[in-house]
Design a protein around this ligand. Sequence first.
Ligand SMILES: *[C@@H]1O[C@H](CO)[C@@H](O)[C@H](O)[C@H]1NC(C)=O
Ligand SMILES: *[C@@H]1O[C@H](CO)[C@@H](O)[C@H](O)[C@H]1NC(C)=O
Ligand SMILES: *[C@@H]1O[C@H](CO)[C@@H](O)[C@H](O)[C@H]1NC(C)=O
Length: 357
Amino acid sequence: MHKVEGMLKNKLLINYRLRKAVDNSTINGMKYLGTRCNTYGRSFWVLVLCGSFASMILILLFTIDTYDETISVNPDTSYLRWNSTFPAISLCYAKGRTNQISNFLKEHWASSNFTPAKSTNYLWPKMAQTYLFVSPNSNLDEDITAICAGLNSTCNLNLKVMKNRFLPSDCKDVLFDVKFVGESLDCNRIFRYTLTEMGNCFTANSIFDHELTFDHLPLKFNVRTRKRSLEFRYRNHDTINYMMYIHSPEDYPNFVVPFYALRKSGFVSHFMLQITETVNQPEVKDEPIDKRKCKFPDERLSPVLAYSFSQCFLYNRIKLELKLCNCTIPTSPKAYEKFYCDFKGLLCINKGMCSGG
Ligand SMILES: *[C@@H]1O[C@H](CO)[C@@H](O)[C@H](O)[C@H]1NC(C)=O
Ligand SMILES: *[C@@H]1O[C@H](CO)[C@@H](O)[C@H](O)[C@H]1NC(C)=O
Ligand SMILES: *[C@@H]1O[C@H](CO)[C@@H](O)[C@H](O)[C@H]1NC(C)=O
């Protein structure tokens, strides 16, 4: 009995304090919910408050919707007279959600009369996803490939088929509203679908797509250019997230350079850059390489690889992988397709990298 009274008292006290707080509230409309109004008055104000809250949320959602996924890259330069080269931009595919991969696997198994064990069912989409987005930073491990026992050397999966299914190769399926220095451009004119070390990317302004010289690059500006920006919007795909790399036109995305993970929706991003450009006199080329301590892109690393900082990394990584495991990860250039790793090879590389090989 005593206890119940205590509880009642507490309840009244809370009620009283709540009312006091509401009465003295400075939030618009809130004070009318207290003792100022009778029940009808209060109901009216509850409706008004709920209404404004709902419209606030609606406006917020609308704002997010209309401003989605716009990227703008603006370099800053201190040159007075020269034409400056815009940096290269790569938009690369990274792991998204696995729902559609699960559906694909179900179809795939149905057509090949294979039924995975119930207990390992949940591992499959993750495993297929890791295989699809394999890169120097993300590889298969033994725990997850345990489900492949008894299957062929790529776990009955075909990377080409999965790539065709999940990774759009037409720029128009990924990018739209592409603008450079304020002018609208066809995205196929600027962005090229490229296989890089970090996976498949759309790359703009790379010398590798323009005869290995800076002269033919499409994105340039000078002191008279008012709006020095590249803008684009991107479409959301369930299976894919995007990583954006901003790099030199003679490099490709690479596992040591930082990237920007682009969010799925609802934002405008601006990237301001400071560019340092080194312009060589043509005579520099006549100096021997060990004296000038740098190479020009057309002084190749190998018949298939032009020289650049990132290509040099790539070249040495491939050499190391071939030496250690007789194969290279499937994001190496097409010329190495013969040597692409199966699952055993990928595990070997994973181990080699972990042991600092
Ligand atoms: C800069 O580009 C413009 C137009 O493309 C060209 O006419 C001009 O000669 C270039 N200037 C230099 C210094 O390269
Ligand atoms: C493994 O099986 C899949 C599906 O049947 C096939 O597409 C793939 O080429 C096979 N892999 C190898 C290395 O034979
Ligand atoms: C690589 O291939 C060579 C010759 O084909 C073989 O002797 C060696 O064991 C292989 N290495 C690995 C790690 O598979």
